[in-house]
Design a protein around this ligand. Structure first.
Ligand code: ZN
Length: 350
């Protein structure tokens, strides 16, 4: 039983220290706000931090003492079992992209009621920026008339999408990204093997996101991207087929890879320093920084890759065709410039 309990207790991460110190200080001075906005990039562990905070506020031993999730008391046991009666978790309902007013109302009403365990009542809204405008307005009322010993935790990686009036009424707690060295060290310990800095860069510096790719997924993606681009540039691959492959499997990750690779390629060419290429070329057909490069063309491809990525989230555009046209443009930009009198290398098209 103890094992199960330990497993489901929320874990803090090494780079959460500052935020923990901030909250412990407020708790000790009896100045913990009724509403917190827990903000930070994707993949820095906001969820586990929010869970730790809820557990700590509900922990029987925290009252009048250090804010902590002890893991031993009945409060912590209920938390670990996922059945603490004074905790409400609000997330988008399955298949939905939003948090509705009904969900928020149920949670904020719970905060106004008496605690079942004579302690705090806690509600976590995650991600808070997915609240509908009505839901956000309903939260606003709670922020203006908070109940005693209640804590509302709004979690968001995009706090600028929240109503300014909601944002301004919350105490901000920011989870910063760890330093590169700290992240690499943590990834090494977690994954049990050495981790390339390129993986962390691919994950936008976010360790949890990087960890999700550290099991070989990133290596496979990197390998496949280099292979398919190399084959395209060598005229050995069918662009329609490659577009279909990309569309079917991890398109967003592929576009992220492309963005980083192209940006670093342009930087490397400008600086004349091959070490600046983020994913060093493993295919002979990929351009090397020593070759003349159409730098403005490369930057325009970076823009296109980013634009395509943001459109995929919003619209049901015909992804495959969009990828295909991106690849055709990319080949134009990256193809070695033919000297006078030479013809363009032939490229297969379906
Ligand atoms: Zn406890």
């Amino acid at each position: 039983m103890t094992e199960t309990r330990e497993r489901s207790l929320p874990q803090l991460l090494p780079w959460h220290e500052d935020a923990v110190a901030q909250l412990r200080k407020a708790w000790a001075a009896n100045r913990l706000s009724h509403a917190l906005l827990l903000q930070g990039a994707e993949g820095v562990g906001k969820q586990s931090f929010a869970a730790w905070l809820a557990c700590a506020v509900l922990c029987d031993k925290s009252a009048g003492s250090t804010l902590n999730c002890c893991g031993e008391c009945p409060g912590c046991a209920l938390f670990a079992a996922g059945s603490h009666p004074d905790l409400v978790l609000v997330m988008p309902e399955e298949e939905k992209q939003q948090i509705s007013i009904d969900q928020v109302r149920a949670a904020t009403e719970r905060l106004t009621k008496t605690s079942y365990r004579q302690g705090y009542k806690v509600a976590i809204v995650d991600p808070a920026h997915l609240m509908t405008p009505n839901a956000a307005n309903s939260v606003l009322k709670t922020l203006e008339e908070p109940s005693a010993r209640s804590l509302l935790i709004l979690v968001s990686s995009q706090p600028s999408m929240l109503l300014p009036t909601v944002r301004s009424r919350c105490q901000k707690v920011t989870i910063l990204r760890p330093s590169r060295d700290q992240a690499i060290e943590w990834l090494r310990a977690k994954s049990g093997h050495a981790v390339e800095p390129a993986l962390l860069e691919f994950a936008g510096g976010a360790p949890l996101r990087a960890l999700a790719y550290a099991d070989g997924r990133f290596d496979a993606l990197n390998e496949h991207m280099q292979k398919s681009l190399g084959a395209l540039l060598a005229g050995q691959a069918d662009v329609t087929q490659v577009a279909a492959e990309w569309e079917k499997d991890a398109l967003v990750e592929r576009l992220t890879w492309l963005d980083l690779w192209l940006s670093s390629l342009a930087r490397a060419a400008l600086a004349g320093n091959a070490d600046l290429v983020t994913f060093p070329g493993r295919s002979a057909h990929l351009p090397s920084p020593s070759q003349p490069l159409n730098i403005s063309g490369v930057y325009s491809m970076v823009d296109r890759a980013r634009a395509l990525k943001s459109q995929l989230a919003r619209t049901a555009l015909q992804r495959e065709l969009a990828v295909e046209s991106l690849l055709i443009a990319l080949m134009e930009v990256l193809a070695p410039r033919p000297a006078d009198g030479q013809s363009e290398p032939s490229r297969k098209r379906a």
